[in-house]
Design a binder for this molecule. Structure first.
Ligand SMILES: [Zn+2]
Length: 270
């Protein structure tokens, strides 16, 4: 059984600074625990949903934009038991690990050195993570080093399409995945450069030989928020036949023979 727990599904500057939808990425519990794109609030929401940052084995960060990497350092502090134990693996874009012309690296030298392994891979590179294998996939985003992944598991593949605009090769990299998590920032008829819209997702799904069993929409921008993501999800489902969900804080997908979803209740705080 594999569990994916979302800590939020907000994306873009305006949703992030207003928190009309939570940001924070998602946690995959497979034979290793993989945390993906720790945006603002990731640590706090992990605790709220009883996920222990000390149990994260692999931190994956698609690119060096704040809504994806803000909590990276504090998550590494969790992974390394407060930097007392060299532990864990970071798989991040080149901009995350080395910085780019606009940004310093997403983590200080202190935090990078606390990890056991640090990788800044290229599309096509593969990592053995316990019983699973992660294949790095390409993106076309304003951070040109952005990466996604396809995680091969005994229960089918889980794909993550990080921030990207549509390009034809996206289809072959993710064709046949059982669960597709995609950053669908914009609603129908509201395309912008470097991001996917509802129309792009429909186009991509229609082009696949084997469509996913489940699509989870995440990284919802302000225009998507106002257009109504559940309406967009229903539209995608109607025209492609792919069961489509909208992620949110506490949304959990359980993958076994069947795929089930539920929304967890947050733990109470004192
Ligand atoms: Zn971005």
């Amino acid at each position: 059984m594999i569990e994916i727990t979302f800590l939020g599904a907000g994306g873009g500057r305006f949703v992030t600074i207003t928190q009309v939808r939570s940001t924070g990425g998602f946690f995959i519990k497979a034979s290793k625990n993989i945390f993906v794109d720790p945006g603002p609030g990731a640590l706090v929401r992990m605790i709220r949903y009883k996920l222990d940052p000390r149990k994260i084995d692999v931190l994956f960060i698609s690119h060096r934009h704040t809504d994806h990497c803000n909590d990276a350092e504090v998550i590494v502090e969790g992974m390394t038991y407060g930097v007392t134990k060299k532990r864990g693996t970071l798989i991040g874009s080149r901009s995350v690990v080395y910085g780019d012309e606009d940004h310093t690296p997403a983590l200080s030298k202190y935090h990078l050195e606390a990890l056991e392994e640090v990788h800044a891979p290229n599309p096509g590179d593969r990592f053995r993570l316990g019983n699973e294998e992660m294949i790095i996939t390409p993106s076309q985003h304003s951070d040109p080093t952005t990466i996604g992944f396809r995680l091969k598991t005994s229960l089918g593949d889980i794909s993550y399409i990080a921030d990207t605009e549509y390009f034809p090769e996206l289809v072959s990299w993710h064709d046949g995945s059982r669960v597709l998590i995609a950053s669908v920032t914009r609603p129908r008829d509201m395309k912008i450069p470097y991001h996917l819209s509802t129309d792009d997702i429909v186009y991509m799904l229609k082009a696949m030989k084997q469509r996913p069993e489940v699509l989870v929409m995440t990284h919802l921008g302000m225009k998507m928020h106002f257009a109504g993501p559940y309406k967009e999800a229903q539209y995608i489902q109607n025209v492609t036949g792919v069961k489509t969900y909208v992620a949110k804080e506490g949304f959990r997908v359980t993958i076994d023979k069947e795929i089930k979803v539920k929304t967890l209740r947050p733990a109470r705080f004192v």
